[in-house]
Design a protein around this ligand. Structure first.
Ligand code: SF4
Length: 141
């Protein structure tokens, strides 16, 4: 039985860090609002805990990681889980491209943070689009 392959999005857990919150907000926007049919969020915490089904999903799907700092926990953990990172995003690099969106806040982002998360979500959606086209050999709509 075949099933359409989803692109897995793994944001870092970055609790207590603004960039971590940006990474999660962007991941939610992509998986819940922008490309819900093509993407699936896997929580970093489940990979850290060695959750078998999460590891299996990551191992058999293209993965986009989002990291809140250069420790790159999401990217490292996906690789350790046997996954293939199709694209890794670092929030700091994204911020360098959108310096007008200065993120602040942790539990709740300021407007700049929300705009940065949105900009990041759009970049991720573009990568998802390309991956989906690659795996389908083109879509029929
Ligand atoms: S990548 Fe950085 S911000 Fe994200 S969970 Fe790891 S240490 Fe925290």
């Amino acid at each position: 039985m075949t099933h359409p392959q989803k692109v897995v999005i793994v944001p870092c857990s970055g609790i207590g860090k603004t960039y971590g919150t940006v990474s999660r907000e962007a991941a939610y926007e992509v998986t819940e609002d922008v490309r819900p049919a093509d993407t699936q969020l896997v929580a970093l915490s489940l990979l850290v805990l060695g959750d078998e089904s999460s590891r299996a999903i990551v191992a058999e799907s293209p993965v986009i990681t989002i990291d809140g700092c250069k420790l790159a926990c999401a990217t490292k953990m996906v690789k350790e889980s046997g996954g293939t990172v199709a694209q890794d995003f670092a929030v700091l690099d994204v911020y360098r491209r959108y310096r007008q969106f200065k993120p602040q806040g942790i539990g709740e982002l300021n407007e700049g943070g929300q705009q940065l998360a949105h900009a990041l979500a759009e970049e991720i959606a573009g990568v998802v689009e390309n991956l989906a086209l690659d795996s389908d050999g083109g879509r029929n709509g």
